[in-house]
Design a protein around this ligand. Structure first.
Ligand SMILES: Nc1ncnc2c1ncn2[C@@H]1O[C@H](COP(=O)(O)OP(=O)(O)OP(=O)(O)O)[C@@H](O)[C@H]1O
Ligand SMILES: [Mg+2]
Length: 594
């Protein structure tokens, strides 16, 4: 496994997440921390006031009684007052930091140069957990403040106990097992959760399939609903069984540790009262401080456990994502060309999807000449889309290299290279915006350039789609939005095509079956236009993936993929004359149309 597969170490990751919080709201963070500490102190001093009060009453010392009473009153009032202010400040900090972190994570994910993290199970599980954890990241800062408060209380309480007899510090030592079990517990439970993460993800996915609109039609027609529900339940149980077991086991150890501390507490009280024969004030202090001690240790270990379980794991995943995103953009030291002189070469390119073994492209050698229209044909799963993805630098070849004008594509900054690309993908996305933005995002700098959008709609052959919409380019798409309009699949596809045509002068135009939902005639007419435009520009390469040979034959150069290998390439005439696979497939389709 490569180093990007491992999570970064815990403490530096926590420190980085802490710095993010500080960057988001520096003064609020400092004030919140200060207030959390200030609010902890009066509470911890209560045991002292009790002792002084008892000493004063039993010794008949009025001055001491008054001091203790005032101390008690001030402590109680200050505890309440500071807690209220501290909570308010913390809430404000929390709101600020939540939105800052959510934006950070969203930005990181969207900016990662390749799509591997969207497709690879181990990354998906990690990201799914991070996504959930982002929503509790704000609790983590609260938890940190609270922990500091607990530690302060604990320190004061131990100091009070030691003032009676140094041996009483041992009481804290007996609390150590509870600290250990608390810190160990969340890790164990989380490990169980992570082991079952894919079952959990499956359960959620099945729930989505059973309950959301896009699969709704097929779920009903196939009547797969009951099966989905049963499968979801089974997947959930596969996840929950081991998790519940891990929780039970760790809870048992935890209870044992607490029992040990309880025995030590009773022992301490007996020790002070009988062995030391201390005055009642001291016994009262030990009673009060000791009982507080258990609460404080409980609080501290609880918070530390929470911090460990969520903060630490969450911040490690966050740090991993940050490193991963950064690693993706490193080593880009060759500028992407503005024009193509020599064209694009695939040199012995082999590719297996990350995390898999099977070669989806096997030793593909290919030259794409500038100014040409290249068609890629092959059966389903032959690797056509994969080849296009490699060209878009969404993945790196496993072996071999792709050269653009002699320079290695892998060394070009992904963002600049992609600004040279345009086109439409087979699995295009339905951006539910206003039409002009759904199309305009194809060239962000010109998002609001209406004439440019209108021209792209024209080029993409989507004029009829827009004309049918009451508000034209201003129409909101997606029926779940106010006044939103739903389109047919083919209409969505035409808009996706128009989006692909927003960039007017791409070096490479990629059309991966963007017209599969259109009728053959429309596809033919569209491609004729693209081909003409491509030949008009002297260096643009147009790549066209289609299963329709009537379209394919218009290309200048045809590449035939079969079982992950490039088996033939050449012009339509040359391939027909060769009488190989292409000629066979062409004749079969032609015969079917006759
Ligand atoms: N994200 C992925 N992870 C792992 N394997 C994948 C992934 N995407 C595709 N594959 C595999 O790669 C092979 C080639 O897929 P590809 O999408 O390139 O085929 P295609 O030629 O475009 O097929 P179609 O005509 O159906 O679009 C397939 O066998 C598929 O199982
Ligand atoms: Mg495909």
């Amino acid at each position: 496994m490569s180093s990007t597969d491992d999570l970064p170490p815990a403490l530096p990751a926590m420190w980085r997440a802490l710095k993010r919080g500080y960057e988001a709201a520096p003064s609020l963070l400092s004030v919140s921390l200060g207030l959390a500490l200030a609010a902890a102190l009066p509470d911890a001093l209560l045991a002292l006031w009790f002792k002084l009060l008892a000493d004063g009453v039993l010794g008949g010392r009025r001055g001491l009684v008054t001091t203790a009473a005032v101390g008690l009153g001030v402590s109680a009032a200050a505890t309440w007052f500071l807690r209220v202010i501290s909570e308010r400040t913390q809430r404000r900090f929390r709101d600020q930091v939540t939105i800052a972190l959510e934006s950070h994570v969203a930005w990181l994910q969207a900016s990662v140069a390749t799509v591997e993290h969207h497709e690879r199970p181990v990354y998906l599980d990690r990201l799914a957990m991070l996504r959930n954890q982002v929503f509790v990241l704000d609790h983590m800062y609260m938890s940190l403040f609270t922990t500091c408060g607990w530690v302060l209380r604990l320190g004061v309480t131990v100091a009070l106990l030691v003032s009676i007899h140094p041996a009483l510090a041992l009481l804290a030592a007996f609390a150590l097992p509870t600290v250990l079990t608390s810190t160990w517990r969340p890790g164990v439970e989380r490990a169980a959760e992570e082991r079952g993460a894919s079952a959990n993800r499956l359960a959620r996915h099945l729930f989505d399939v059973a309950t959301t609109a896009p699969p709704g039609k097929e779920v009903r027609v196939t009547r797969i609903g009951a099966r989905l529900v049963a499968q979801r339940r089974a997947a959930w149980e596969r996840w929950y069984g081991p998790v519940a077991q891990a929780r039970r086991r760790s809870a048992a150890w935890h209870a044992l540790a607490w029992a040990l501390f309880g025995a030590a507490y009773v022992g301490a009280v007996v020790f002070v009262a009988s062995v030391l024969a201390s005055p009642p004030g001291a016994v009262l202090l030990v009673l009060a401080a000791g009982s507080r001690l258990s609460a404080y240790i409980g609080g501290t270990v609880g918070e530390i456990g929470f911090l460990r379980g969520i903060w630490l794991e969450g911040s490690r995943r966050l740090a991993w994502l940050e490193d991963y995103a950064a690693a993706q953009s490193r080593g880009a030291d060759v500028p992407a060309p503005d024009r193509l002189g020599d064209g694009i070469r695939f040199e012995h390119v082999s590719f297996a999807y990350p995390g898999t073994e099977r070669l989806v492209l096997d030793d593909v050698d290919l030259r794409l000449a500038p100014g040409s229209v290249v068609a890629i044909v092959g059966e389903n799963g032959a690797g056509k889309t994969t080849l296009v993805k490699l060209l878009c630098r969404l993945y790196q070849p496993t072996k071999g290299r792709i050269l653009v004008d002699g320079a290695e594509l892998a060394r070009m900054p992904p963002a600049t290279w992609r600004s040279r690309l345009a086109g439409a993908f087979q699995d295009f996305f339905r951006f539910e915006f206003r039409v002009r933005h759904t199309v305009g995002v194809g060239d962000l700098p010109r998002l609001d350039d209406r004439p440019a959008v209108a021209a792209a709609v024209e080029r993409g052959g989507a004029r009829d789609v827009v004309r049918q919409l009451a508000a034209g380019l201003e129409t909101q798409l997606g029926s779940t939005w106010p006044e939103g309009v739903e389109l047919s699949f083919g209409q969505w596809q035409k808009l996706a095509l128009a989006r692909g045509f927003m960039r007017e002068r791409p070096l490479v135009l990629v059309l991966d079956e963007p017209t599969a939902a259109l009728d053959a005639e429309t596809e033919h007419a569209l491609f004729e236009r693209y081909a003409a435009a491509a030949r008009g520009s002297d260096d643009r390469i147009t790549i066209l993936v289609s299963h329709r040979f009537s379209t394919v034959r218009m290309a200048d150069f045809i590449v035939v993929l079969h079982g992950s290998r490039l088996v033939e390439s050449g012009t339509h005439e040359a391939l027909m004359a060769r009488g190989g696979r292409y000629a066979d497939l062409y004749r079969i389709q032609a015969a079917a149309y006759r």
